[in-house]
Design a protein around this ligand. Structure first.
Ligand code: UTP
Length: 270
């Protein structure tokens, strides 16, 4: 049973400047809802009960979005627009927040969740990776965790020319879609070990925090989650689950346009 999830959302969003100077990329809308709302929904659909969102100073909009707005609710009531209230009601889940004072990297952001996770395995969802599936993309990872009792990574086959933007694994197939991870290379410039890239969904056992604390800044001078995961595959072992569904990376302009078009088409079909 995985009850807790961490959503790291404290990065600067440099690829999406200038808008991310004041609007967090996690608040970019898809069908009028912020991207991070889809991510929280995905966690809830997988049975997650508590979420820790890692924020930075200029990301208070995210906290405000998930809070109640009693004034707006009263206003809607007074204008006979009560039907809109459910759309502004916070999700029914225990949401917690922590500030990352400096953008020291994804690994550092996850490390801030140590006390929150305690002795339990924890799901990690990167909020710029979205799939529009109606079922939670975390569920197959949770199932793999239950089967192998090891940390689990979501994987996807990626075109060779795009591999240098991802963490890429070398892996041995266990059975269809499931792999035993041998090693991980972050953003390989040459000779990627395979075409299987990490897709922004993880189930991490508590020993990850021990490795994160020992991890020194790596590529981009940031504490990389993948460096700690490399240690994990050599010790307690990691399983990879290969997704075959379409993922959208909202930091990439083409993907962001495409996810909006696809979400709009799905809404029209309803
Ligand atoms: P990214 O590298 O995709 O996001 O990190 P970024 O740093 O915001 O964007 P660029 O690369 O500058 O354009 C993946 C996730 O990890 C979070 C980000 O907010 C994003 O959701 N992150 C990254 C942190 O929470 N803290 C960090 O120090 C770095």
């Amino acid at each position: 049973m995985i009850r807790k999830a961490i959503i790291p959302a404290a990065g600067y969003g440099i690829r999406n400047l200038p808008v991310t100077k004041s609007i967090p990329k996690e608040m970019f809308p898809i069908n009028g809802r912020p991207t991070i709302d889809y991510i929280v929904e995905e966690a809830i659909l997988a049975g997650i009960e508590e979420i820790l969102i890692v924020l930075s100073r200029n990301k208070n909009d995210i906290m405000n979005y998930f809070d109640r707005s009693i004034e707006l609710e009263c206003f809607l009531e007074s204008r006979d627009k009560e039907h809109l209230i459910p759309s502004i009601t916070p999700p029914k889940i225990n949401l917690q927040y922590i500030r990352q004072h400096e953008a020291l990297g994804l690994g550092h952001a996850v490390m801030l969740g140590e006390a929150f996770a305690g002795k339990e395995p924890v799901a990690v969802l990167l909020p710029d990776q979205v799939s529009l599936q109606r079922k939670s993309m975390l569920l197959p990872l949770i199932k793999s965790y239950e089967q192998y009792q090891r940390s689990v990574l979501g994987l996807q086959r990626v075109k060779p020319e795009l591999l240098s933007s991802y963490g890429v694994v070398s892996a041995k197939e266990l059975n269809s879609r499931l792999y035993s991870i041998q090693s991980i290379v972050e953003k390989p410039k040459h000779n990627p070990p395979s075409d299987l890239a990490i897709m922004g969904r993880y189930i991490l056992k508590p020993d990850v925090f021990k490795w994160l604390k020992e991890t020194k800044p790596g590529i981009g001078d940031e504490i990389q989650l993948t460096d700690a995961l490399s240690k994990l595959c050599k010790t307690s072992g990691i399983v990879g689950y290969q997704y075959t569904t379409r993922w959208y990376d909202t930091s990439i302009e083409e993907d962001y346009i495409e996810v909006q078009q696809q979400a709009y088409r799905m809404k029209r079909r309803k």
